[in-house]
Design a protein around this ligand. Structure first.
Ligand code: F6P
Length: 328
């Protein structure tokens, strides 16, 4: 089985995340090290359908370990959701002589890979790459560490101006369905309150907390809001609501947006990506498939893709408690 794999494809899919290039580099170089051919696919599943392939050797990934984004580009592909689209992709892979692929992405990308394997028996391994850190089977996804450091960096700057003007800031951070970025960066940046989708604290609690904060002598405050928060109001509506109910506050809003997805990956993300790339290629060559490489307690682990896509990882209750205590 293992000797049947001669050529491995690698691609990035879904939202990009810092460290994806380090993962591509790792897959390419592991192939070179083990005497296997490697081909990069541009624009994820879309490029697979269109046959947008590029042979890659160890030198084609020089000087990318430090770069954010993905040199292979990324896309969300509707056509791959159809059986016709997947058949086209399969034909392109066969034409190119590809025997297996490594997909670097999130839940949607893994769902596509699993479906593809079911239909064509094609060996696939996933590497979790998303800033959201929401994939079951890994304590960390590639890009999360960089993103939270970016957010903390920006909030430190916002704090300077917030405290100079005695203002309250609502800072919206990414995290479509989960609050990992908000919670971790919020604790790291010393936020007053952290609003995440997993906990609907309600508007009353927010007002109480802000009242207490003023009464305790705090002059400025930062409230982090995950974009997927379920409080029922977006950051601008929250600003209006607080201004109406607590006119003592001078409120400003800052939506951090896609800057959270860019920038040079941290050392943690580069190392994680390098380790996961090696494990992904080795796993394919050992005849494994339909698995995702993850990390738990500093050790790499393999989780069935079918498990990984079932649900999002839960937020750390202990960290929520720490956050509550720190806002005293
Ligand atoms: O999944 C990563 C993520 O950055 C989410 O946090 C965010 O909701 C989403 O992607 C934004 O996607 P897009 O760049 O396609 O608007």
């Amino acid at each position: 089985m293992a000797s049947e794999i001669k050529k491995i494809a690698v691609f990035t899919s879904g939202g990009d995340s810092p460290g994806m290039n380090a993962a591509i580099r790792s897959v390419v170089r592991t192939c070179a090290y083990l005497g296997k051919e490697c081909v990069g696919i541009y624009r994820g599943y879309q490029g697979m359908i269109e046959g947008d392939f590029k042979p890659m050797d160890a030198r084609s990934v020089n000087n990318i370990i430090n770069k954010g984004g993905t040199i292979l580009k990324s896309a969300r592909c509707e056509e791959f959701r159809t059986p016709e689209g997947r058949k086209k992709a399969y034909d392109q892979l066969k034409k190119e002589g590809v025997d297996a692929f490594v997909v670097i992405g999130g839940n949607g990308s893994f769902t596509g890979a699993l479906k593809f394997n079911e239909e064509f028996g094609f060996p696939v391994i996933g590497i979790p790459g998303t800033i959201d850190n929401d994939i079951l089977g890994s304590s960390y996804t590639i890009g999360f560490d960089t993103a939270i450091n970016t957010v903390v960096d920006v909030i430190d700057k916002i704090r300077d101006t917030a405290s100079s003007h005695n203002r309250l800031f609502f800072v919206e951070v990414m995290g479509r369905d989960v609050g990992h970025i908000a919670l971790n960066a919020g604790v790291g940046a010393g936020a007053e309150e952290i609003l995440i989708p997993e906990q609907n604290l309600g508007l009353e609690r927010l007002l109480d907390s802000l009242k207490r904060s003023k009464a305790s002598g705090k002059s400025s405050s930062i409230v982090i809001v995950a974009e997927g928060d379920k409080i029922g109001k977006n950051v601008f509506e929250l600003k209006a609501y607080v201004e109406e109910h607590l006119p003592i506050y001078d409120v400003r809003v800052s939506v951090l947006g896609h800057m959270q997805r860019g920038g040079n990956p941290t050392c943690f993300d580069r190392v994680l990506a390098s380790r996961m790339g090696v494990k992904a290629v080795e796993s394919l060559l050992e005849g494994k498939s339909n698995l995702m490489v993850g990390i738990r307690d500093t050790k790499l682990v393999l989780t069935p893709l079918a498990e990984a896509i079932k649900a999002h990882t839960e937020v750390d209750e202990e960290l929520i408690r720490v956050s509550d205590i720190m806002t005293t």
